[in-house]
Design a protein around this ligand. Structure first.
Ligand SMILES: [Zn+2]
Length: 372
């Protein structure tokens, strides 16, 4: 069995302390305590299979009772800051296992092709791919949406909705016993979110262009692609780029069924991590950081198999095997499209001379602004 190298990100003092490297060395050590955690086993099997062709790091480790779970980061492709990056995140919400499964399916496909796919190798010369498939392993282990501290990681960033966030669901500070808990006011972000921020800083903020996709499930009957903002109905600065991305996706996959829209069209929320990271990315002029969320429409799976409604897992995940396979198949091409879109971004990003026209079209499309 091929050994793989585990290294730790060198993080500034303001971040959470680096984890105790108790697992450094043979990743098989992890399997002992985690034998009932299929996603973690699959991720570590992929890491072993990829061997030295992957850059692997443990961004932090999460304690749950006597267990300690790593938050793995896997990267492949050109590490140069001159190339664009595409990042794939999943498992922020522990109940939404299908999000992690979608990211793992794509990573598994890439790693499986590394030994023969010369086109993939050429692609990887021009792009960096970063994976963080299981951000909240403690929540997934416990079967909760929140992390082990009871905090909803997607309501935890230091950012308030300006107005109109729904009561409780939009984020609350009443109690960690209720869902959608934001954490204590003024407290640092949770360790898992700090880890995501460090990875985004390290892999995205040093580059001119990046797309991040965060995979979730549980909302509605359609598969949705959301972009910021979630905390306000105001459009973001990079609306022209998002409209251009939607257009090339429509051209490349004319029969797709995704609804592409700002998250604020559905609901507003406090503490959205991607809003927070997007705003931080925009501090640097000329940097393009497009964070997207895939929100898989799990109500469709419940409709087709109504008994699922009686299971907490069933509300968020396809429980029947062939349906799970169909979900994984369907989204693979969307994730691969994003890698290619990042790779070829210079060919579709609107230039200065047409950027305002794209913005106009986007405002008409998403914000009901009448044509000028
Ligand atoms: Zn979610």
């Amino acid at each position: 069995m091929r050994a793989f190298q585990v290294c730790y990100l060198g993080f500034p003092d303001s971040c959470a302390a680096p984890p105790n490297p108790i697992h450094q060395g043979d990743p098989q050590l992890r399997g002992v305590a985690h034998s009932e955690f299929p996603e973690l086993l699959e991720l570590e099997a992929i890491i072993r299979e990829g061997g030295s062709r992957l850059d692997t790091q443990i961004a932090c480790e999460v304690d749950v009772g006597n267990e300690k779970f790593p938050v793995h980061v896997v990267a492949l492709g050109n590490p140069s800051p001159d190339v664009p990056v595409a990042g794939f995140f999943g498992g922020f919400h522990g109940l939404e296992r299908i999000g992690t499964a979608v990211v793992l399916a794509y990573l598994r496909s890439l790693v499986g092709r590394l030994h023969w796919d010369s086109v993939l190798h050429r692609q990887l010369e021009s792009v960096r791919l970063v994976f963080m498939p299981m951000v909240n392993p403690g929540g997934m282990w416990r079967g909760t949406r929140a992390n082990p501290n009871g905090v909803d990681l997607m309501r935890n960033a230091p950012l308030d909705a300006l107005a109109g966030a729904p009561f409780l669901f939009g984020g609350q500070r009443i109690s960690s016993r209720l869902p959608w808990y934001r954490g204590l006011p003024g407290a640092p972000m949770e360790m898992e979110n700090e880890a995501v921020c460090r990875v985004v800083e390290q892999e995205f903020f040093g580059r001119k262009f990046g797309i991040a996709l965060d995979c979730h499930s549980g909302f509605g009957t359609s598969d949705r692609i959301w972009f910021p903002y979630a905390h306000t109905v105001q459009p973001i600065d990079h609306l022209p780029e998002l409209h251009a991305l939607m257009e090339i996706h429509d051209q490349a996959n004319p029969n797709h069924r995704y609804v592409f829209e700002p998250q604020s069209r559905q609901y507003l929320a406090h503490g959205d991590l991607w809003d927070y990271l997007y705003q931080r990315a925009c501090i640097e002029p000329g940097r393009v950081f497009l964070p997207l969320t895939l929100e898989m429409g799990s109500w469709l799976w419940v409709k087709k198999n109504p008994r699922q409604v009686f299971s907490r897992q069933g509300i968020f995940n396809p429980l029947i095997e062939h349906r799970q396979q169909r979900v994984l198949r369907r989204h693979l091409s969307w994730l691969d499209f994003l890698s290619r879109a990042a790779c070829g971004h210079r060919h579709w990003i609107p230039g200065d001379h047409v950027r305002e026209q794209y913005r106009e079209r986007a405002l008409q499309h998403w914000y009901d602004k009448p044509p000028t």
